[in-house]
Design a protein around this ligand. Sequence first.
Ligand SMILES: CC(C)(COP(=O)(O)OP(=O)(O)OC[C@H]1O[C@@H](n2cnc3c(N)ncnc32)[C@H](O)[C@@H]1OP(=O)(O)O)[C@@H](O)C(=O)NCCC(=O)NCCS
Length: 327
Amino acid sequence: MFNVKITGTGSYLPEKVLTNFDLEKMVDTSDEWIRTRSGIKERHIASEDEATSDLVAVAAKRAMENAGVSSSDIDLIIVATDTPDNAYPSTACWVQKHLGIKDEMPAFDLEAACSGYLYALIIAAGMIQSKLIDRVLVCAGETMSRAIDWEDRSICVLFGDGAGCSVVERSDGDSAILSTYWAADGNLGDLLIQPAGGSRMPATHETVEKKLHSLRMAGNEVFKKAVQKMKKSAEEALKRANIKGEDIDLYIPHQANIRIIEATIKRAGIPREKTAVTIDKTGNVSAATLPITLDQAVREGRLKRGDILLFTVFGGGFTWGSAVVRW
Ligand SMILES: CC(C)(COP(=O)(O)OP(=O)(O)OC[C@H]1O[C@@H](n2cnc3c(N)ncnc32)[C@H](O)[C@@H]1OP(=O)(O)O)[C@@H](O)C(=O)NCCC(=O)NCCS
């Protein structure tokens, strides 16, 4: 059995920045409330002519450039997203078009809410190891601004738009995905949900009037579950890789709330200075938070080959998971 590694990363955040002070003019909130309750100071918002696939395509080009490969070297595109361009075609097919790929190759979307990138990485690794495919573009992108009720202060302050991608391929050296852990619990699905627009509740005038196409969340309950499951999955992945919390060189947790991150690292014994935080500048970009944070860490020189990296995610579904990677 050979190893699998990430050979290139890229990300893209739309140009428009919406600060907490801008939000103060839109809803009954304050910079102080948002910062102290969530750690967020600003977030990026896609322009009117940008859909999720447009953001992903920019991040994908940057990831391929970073890996030193071109689009003709890619064998599969996976896009993790909660906010696809359309129900169909998949956002991955649109990305394939934006990248100018005309060759026959598979491309598909994956929906695991905020856990999407980690799920896609695990699937890509399995496909590479089973020799189905050689090189995968593992992408995640979100236009959360399109799925938010901009009058609901408990939600609209928390999310942002952006994309992150990684090139994943066979490793003949020491770089490897050392362990993974992933799980879901559909019994708790109602706690974080976009109620309308699917087969359960198709779009009607009433669903639009009642804003049922926007994200609904039981914030406190989601918070508690996130801390519990992120701690558990981090510990489980570390145990499977036979690595201790203090031996991690970089921890990249899901960026939903700085208080969730702090509670998780305290309980899992992971040092704060080894934890990557981007939420202050991006808000929660759902599936894209992990690859955006990874790309920033790579470009800041925070990772060198051989370093031990831990990813942890938690999101709607509920879904959660972790992976230990030797960079
Ligand atoms: C949403 C979240 C930030 C709320 O923080 P909290 O400390 O739990 O705050 P509460 O929901 O208890 O609200 C406290 C008060 O602030 C108010 N409030 C909510 N949003 C506000 C805002 N933007 N500005 C000002 N006040 C606000 C509430 O109405 C409430 O007022 P009340 O006490 O008069 O009823 C937090 O629960 C959270 O981060 N949850 C998980 C989010 C998440 O991870 N989501 C995605 C999963 S991947």
